[in-house]
Design a protein around this ligand. Structure first.
Ligand code: NDP
Length: 245
């Protein structure tokens, strides 16, 4: 996709990003800040979140970085997150859920149920809890965009991708269900399939692969910018491939 927002297109927008401490989430944070957005960054590793913050600093936007471990966040953590955003901005104009884990890549017959629960906890359960918490804030904005992150194995099952593939099918189900529930509102709900991209997760999934043959997070940012920009206001319930074949 070739898309470039207007300069300062996201000025006066408040955007939350999960998985802001690395990979695609960090890169999206940088790009949204570059176009003027105020940001709420979620991450479980303060040191890595601080690195994201230092990259964003030159853009001089208001940024709140919150320690938020999706594996262990309880009701109090979600309530405190909402309270922070309420106090500072009273609304959210966008949210990108980029955090995710791969788990063990094994055949279905070999899935360890403990590992399955871990993957479903981060990739599905926490996406649901975040959505439920943030929907009231997203509905307060005049136009808002909620973006989930799927995968090629979330459209078509692939042998050996076990719990991860199952979790990404669920993410697409959540996207479509929410999109239909809010189709008459100011909120649009979509997801992105990044495609093979040069990050730590891809290296974990394909350790033999030469990462230099892969697109970088930077290369696929136009899709992330488009779905967050008001240009996509009529797009709802879709999964966009950031690297279409
Ligand atoms: P990375 O591993 O680089 O980033 C994953 C992010 O999720 C990190 O910020 C990580 O935090 C965060 N995260 C993991 N577990 C938790 C947790 N318990 N609490 C809070 N944050 C957590 O991967 P990518 O950037 O590649 O992945 C981003 C999304 O894109 C994922 O949903 C992934 O499934 C999807 N995707 C990626 C593809 C690729 O080729 N890269 C292809 C298809 C889909 P921390 O820094 O602390 O580890």
């Amino acid at each position: 996709m070739h898309f470039q927002p207007q300069p300062q297109a996201f000025k006066d927008k408040v955007i939350l990003i999960s998985g802001a401490s690395d990979g695609l989430g960090r890169c999206a944070a940088l790009h949204y800040a570059q176009y003027g957005a105020d940001l709420v960054l979620l991450g479980r590793d303060r040191r890595k979140l601080e690195q994201t913050l230092s990259l964003i600093k030159p853009f001089n936007t208001q940024t709140l970085a919150i320690d938020f471990d999706l594996a262990h966040a309880d009701q109090t953590a979600y309530q405190s997150l909402i309270a922070h955003i309420e106090t500072l901005w009273h609304r959210l104009d966008g949210a990108l859920f980029s955090a995710g884990i791969l788990g063990e890549l094994v055949s279905v017959i070999d899935i360890n149920i403990h590992n399955f629960d871990q993957v479903m906890n981060i990739n599905v359960r926490s996406q649901l809890l975040l959505s439920q918490s943030l929907l009231p804030l997203l509905l307060k904005a005049s136009l808002s965009s909620l973006i989930f992150t799927s995968s090629s194995v979330g459209h078509i099952g692939r042998a050996g991708w076990g719990s991860y593939a199952i979790s990404k099918f669920a993410v697409e189900g959540l996207t479509q269900t929410l999109a239909d529930e809010y189709h008459a509102s100011s909120l649009r709900v979509n997801c992105i399939n990044p495609g093979a991209t040069r990050t730590a997760m891809r290296a974990q999934a394909n350790p033999q692969e030469n990462p230099l043959i892969l697109k970088t997070p930077e290369d696929i940012m136009p899709t992330y910018l488009y779905l967050m920009d008001d240009s996509s206001q009529s797009v709802n319930g879709l999964c966009l491939d950031a690297q279409p074949k």
